[in-house]
Design a protein around this ligand. Structure first.
Ligand SMILES: [Fe+2]
Ligand SMILES: [Fe+2]
Length: 365
């Protein structure tokens, strides 16, 4: 992963595209060593062992526990969520007032379509991210050198399979459409899988991607009134909080013994991942689907909009930043990551509760 020169350069953001939007398979090389562990002493890491014991008893079943007979009205759902979207989309509404802009002729129908497409797009990225987690945690089972972590990661593989299953079913049977994976999310997943260092899988997946997912699921869970999605998200969140805690507990131990140079590599990896996730939210595929050939003015407006319109984007960091602080990543060395989090306006979350302390609050009753 190489640091980009100008993270706000729209042309380089758009260079990442899906070359084959109808592809049903993608391959990436896992360069990390697979490790067998012949010392089976269970509980050598008591907090990981506790998570494992909890996970075994916490497995819900999407087929039995969710009511799939509920009818879902995408139009109504999107219409309800539009209230939130309107704040987020303010820079786009402003742009639509400019004569000659790509949105100049937009009326209510187009804004409604945008709300629906954005929801389907968002749910699709959740689905693809879940598959990323499924594959990444299978990688952790293979590469982590601790038996308690292999046990726990194996439960997470099963959790992620159930998550993929319910999101796929929701998109297929309730929304009736889906988007291919966003190229920025794909790049991030590729980085996580390709890396030779086993701990980077945790940082990219458990801390960054799942930290963001936990915040995004929480937000949508709070906002939506659609009962099936609300319950589905609640169930998924109860697992995700444990997954993020698994990352924090594991990396705390690993980072203790690292050199300054090694920690700096982790800081850079975390920030690159943050940028990829931000770029994903510029929704470039939605603009293409809406028939906009050149989405650059829209993406630029979204990136450079006033702070109040970026509230949603900022909130997505509400789990990542305190967890990075707990890991010591923010202030290590010359506090490089603090400067970067300041630049993207998310440092204020650093003193929120970290997920290893709060995950119990997400448990199902
Ligand atoms: Fe998941
Ligand atoms: Fe997860």
């Amino acid at each position: 992963m190489a640091l980009v020169d100008d993270p706000n350069d729209i042309d380089s953001i758009l260079l990442a595209t899906n070359t084959d939007r109808n592809a049903t398979i993608a391959t990436v090389t896992n360069n990390a060593d697979t490790i067998f562990k012949w010392d089976y002493e269970k509980g050598a890491r008591p907090r990981l062992n506790k998570l494992y014991e909890k996970a075994k008893g916490a497995m819900w079943d999407g087929e039995k526990d969710l009511d799939w007979s509920i009818d879902v009205d995408l139009e109504e759902m999107a219409d309800h969520l539009k209230v939130v979207g309107e704040i987020q989309n303010k820079p786009l509404h402003d742009l639509s007032l400019e004569p000659g802009s790509p949105l100049a002729n937009w009326g209510e129908a187009e804004w409604n379509t945008l709300a629906q497409e954005s929801l389907v797009w968002q749910m699709s990225q959740f689905l693809h991210g879940e598959q990323g987690a499924l594959v990444a945690t299978a990688k952790i089972v293979e590469t982590v050198p601790w038996i308690d972590a292999k046990y726990y990661a194996a439960t997470q593989v099963m959790d992620e399979a159930r998550h993929v299953e319910v999101f796929a079913k929701y998109l297929d049977t309730k929304l009736g459409d889906h988007y291919p994976i966003n190229p920025h999310l794909q790049h991030l997943l590729d980085d996580v899988i390709e890396d030779t260092r086993w701990d980077m899988t945790y940082l990219g997946m458990q801390i960054m991607i799942e930290g963001l997912a936990l915040a995004a699921f929480g937000f949508l869970h709070q906002m939506t009134e659609e009962p099936l999605l609300k319950k589905l998200l609640r169930y998924v969140m109860s697992d995700e909080a444990r997954h993020v805690a698994f990352g924090v507990l594991s990396l705390q131990e690993v980072y203790q013994d690292m050199t300054q140079a090694e920690i700096r590599e982790r800081q850079e990896f975390a920030f690159e991942a943050a940028l990829r996730m931000r770029d994903r939210f510029l929704r470039q595929e939605v603009w293409h689907k809406m028939g906009i050939d050149d989405p650059r003015p829209l993406m630029s407006a979204m990136l450079n909009g006033p702070p109040e319109t970026k509230e949603f984007q900022r909130l997505l960091f509400s789990k990542i930043v305190p967890n990075c602080r707990k890991l010591g990543l923010i202030d290590a060395g010359d506090a490089w990551l603090r400067t970067k989090f300041e630049e993207i306006g998310v440092i204020e979350f650093e003193h929120l509760e970290s997920t290893d302390d709060e995950f119990g609050e997400f448990a199902l009753a």
